[in-house]
Write a protein that binds this ligand. Structure first.
Ligand SMILES: Cc1ncc(C[n+]2csc(CCOP(=O)(O)OP(=O)(O)O)c2C)c(N)n1
Ligand SMILES: [Mg+2]
Length: 665
């Protein structure tokens, strides 16, 4: 077997429980009110999303009304068993789960079926694909194993859908493509899953073994090339290799820092009989738990500071532990800043929430981070945008890193305290300690409380995106007002997805998320993500509005998937911020003062008509007054809607709003 691993096997994935939304407290800030996310209602019948209203792991099973009833999932991530964790009624601990293949005893089966059963047992409910003749033996087996297969128009969208599904639910999905050409198209989503730490299976057909190494039709070394984007990749050489490869693939995808795995599967192998004794063995180890001394050290770091801050990332969302984070922040009176594109971490209305870091963030966020005398970086890998090009943590900030895999990167000052732990395990243990034996310096707590009030006020001022909206008379819409209108009109459990581009800055700064699990955005900054992610979210949550924010550039990259949405009865609303250019890159060109307009000027596209051609509704909005009615109408329609928003080019970015005089058109 050809195998490539770029990471040591690590720790387990957290369980995939859902979590109630967290509301801003009305009267008593230390008692966060909890507002439950309603259970999903659409297909899959018993859905991919837990219906629990607490932090309880889902017991959801069975894919969709269209998928065959699944075999029992012994290794499913949604059937955690409480282990080791101190008793708590509202959250189930991550758990050691057998990764055994439940279908191993069903009798003779093909290698394709063996793989499909193993995927199902690892929690896979959806496979997204552009089919190819090189993996028919797997494609045929997926439905029989209880996995719903969704055809997409491009493999890039298939990979984005699988990534978004994994990011939203914590449960891995699969994407499939054919040999070199399909693999190459899947690449963008594999890279995105890697940067987002999202568990995902990318499975690609490979030429038959007899042709391997002869530059056969669409042959490349897939493990060395596209596989290099994944956390782990392999090409099993024989039927005997497949079960161990699947066991390792599952362990790699879900264990430690989760990520995408890549399997290259020879066409002829898939129809071979699997060895009768083939079992996908292996257990993922339990979550890494912090030691007493480590917890104490982190608490002391924060409790002894006057301006501490918690910078929290996707690890908190993945562990479904926002409630514990807020409890921890409340107990210590330490404010929370979200990592880039993880702003749905806790309710943005909570007094201890001080904004999202990174691209487009309110200026107060960076200032507050830079000003911190102590910082806990929690469930966050300190990406380049989040750390403002490694400027955060600042030289003067004592910092602790609690993460499944704390980073030790070149150029990054080592953490004063580094704790390898799951965010939930850490927070629960830390909260227990705080509620029990910890003694806090009352004077310091009082000072932090006073600072928090000021800092929150500073963020609220700094994150306004529609200050000048009443003065705006056009042409086109005011992008900041679009975002505040959207917030006003959407229910709290609506899901927002975003593409890449300057248009996203207004939402990044101005939208107020109120519940965890209501935002999907790629930390890879990939264009083309918004629509596929929205479709994936809508498949999971049939009953919740899903809104994709896209620019005209990104829209055109994956707009063919509107037909996929229509076919799959996924109801999405697409807001297209149309400035007829790759506006972000044009801005950089203008800043350089050279090459303005090279490859950044685009022509007009009737996106509303495109929407209609794909089976959706399509409307074009030219002025602010028409934005709200268009969104409200879309919310009550049965079909998807494309709302094309005319955006004057004077709106360069959230930091460079249009002046009232003239345009750059
Ligand atoms: C797949 C991909 N290709 C290229 C880029 C580089 N890029 C970043 S933003 C951008 C322009 C996006 O244009 P549009 O979607 O119209 O949004 P705007 O910047 O105009 O708001 C480009 C080309 C990228 N991030 N992703
Ligand atoms: Mg544009």
């Amino acid at each position: 077997m050809t195998e490539r691993s770029i990471e040591a096997p690590g720790d387990p994935a957290p369980d995939f429980a859902d979590e109630p939304g967290l509301e801003a407290p009305a009267a008593a800030p230390e008692e966060p009110a909890q507002d439950d996310i309603p259970p999903p209602t659409g297909e899959p019948a018993a859905t991919d999303e837990p219906a629990a209203t607490e932090d309880v792991a889902s017991t959801e099973d069975v894919a969709s009304t269209e998928a065959p009833a699944a075999t029992e999932d012994l290794a499913s991530n949604d059937e955690p068993v409480e282990v080791q964790e101190p008793a708590a009624t509202d959250e189930l601990a991550p758990t050691e789960e057998p990764a055994t293949d439940a279908a191993a005893d069903v009798g003779p089966r093909t290698v394709g079926r063996l793989i499909a059963d193993a995927l199902r047992s690892a929690g896979v409910r959806y496979a997204f694909t552009v089919p190819g003749e090189s993996f028919l033996g797997l494609l045929d087996a997926l439905g029989d194993a209880g996995i719903r297969v969704v055809a997409t128009r491009h493999e890039g969208a298939a990979a984005f859908m699988a990534e978004a599904h994994g990011q939203l639910t914590g449960r891995p999905a699969a994407c499939l493509g054919t040999r070199a050409v399909g693999s190459a198209n899947l690449a963008i989503g594999i890279h995105t899953a890697r940067q987002d730490s999202t568990p995902m299976f990318a499975l690609v057909g490979q030429v038959a073994r007899a042709h391997r190494g002869r530059e056969a039709f669409q042959e490349i070394d897939q493990v060395a090339t596209i596989g290099g984007l994944a956390k782990w990749a392999a090409e099993p050489a024989s039927a005997e290799d497949v079960a161990p490869a699947m066991a390792e693939a599952i362990r790699q995808a879900l264990g430690g820092r989760p990520g995408p795995v890549f399997l290259s599967l020879a066409e002829d192998l898939l129809d071979e009989p699997a060895p009768s004794d083939a079992r996908v063995e292996g257990a993922r180890p339990g979550p890494t738990r912090p030691a007493e001394g480590e917890i104490r050290a982190v608490i002391e770091l924060l409790a002894s500071a006057e301006r501490p801050v918690i910078l929290a990332g996707g690890g908190v969302l993945r562990a479904r532990t926002s409630t514990e984070l807020l409890r921890f922040a409340d107990l210590l009176q330490v404010p929370v800043i979200a990592a880039w594109r993880r702003a749905d971490l806790i309710s943005n209305d909570h007094p201890l929430y001080l904004g999202m870091a990174g691209l487009g963030a309110a200026p107060s966020v960076r200032e507050r981070l830079a000003d911190a005398d102590a910082m806990l970086v929690l469930g966050c890998r300190l990406s380049q945008p989040t750390s403002y090009d490694d400027a955060i943590p600042a030289e003067t900030t004592r910092w602790a890193h609690v993460d499944l895999e704390p980073v030790r990167a070149a150029g990054l000052r080592p953490a004063d305290v580094a704790v390898a732990a799951d965010a939930r395990a850490f927070l629960r243990a830390a909260n227990e300690r705080l509620l029990g034996k910890a003694v806090l310096d009352a004077e310091l707590v009082r000072r932090r409380q006073a600072n928090n009030v000021d800092d929150r006020a500073a963020w609220e001022t700094s994150s306004v995106v529609d200050a000048d909206a009443d003065a705006w008379t056009g042409p086109g819409v005011h992008p900041g007002r679009v975002i505040t209108t959207l917030r006003r009109v959407l229910p709290d459990d609506a899901i927002l997805t975003t593409d890449a581009g300057n248009f996203a800055g207004w939402a990044g700064r101005g939208f107020r998320f109120r519940k965890p699990g209501t935002f999907l955005g790629p930390t890879s900054g990939s264009m083309g993500y918004g629509i596929p992610a929205a479709i994936a979210a809508s498949l999971v949550h049939r009953d919740r509005p899903v809104v994709a924010l896209v620019g005209d550039g990104g829209m055109a990259m994956t707009m063919a998937e509107l037909e996929t949405a229509n076919r799959e009865h996924a109801r999405i609303i697409v807001l297209v911020f149309d400035n007829e250019r790759f506006g972000t890159i044009r801005m950089w060109q203008d800043d350089r003062g050279t090459g303005e307009g090279v490859a950044t000027e685009l022509g007009a596209v009737d996106f509303a008509a495109i929407g209609r051609a794909m089976g959706a509704r399509g409307v074009r909005v030219e002025r602010d007054a028409d934005v709200e009615p268009a969104i409200r109408q879309a919310l009550v329609e049965e079909r998807s809607t494309v709302i094309q928003l005319a955006l004057d080019r004077a709106w360069v970015s959230v930091d460079r709003p249009a002046a009232q005089t003239g345009t750059t058109s």
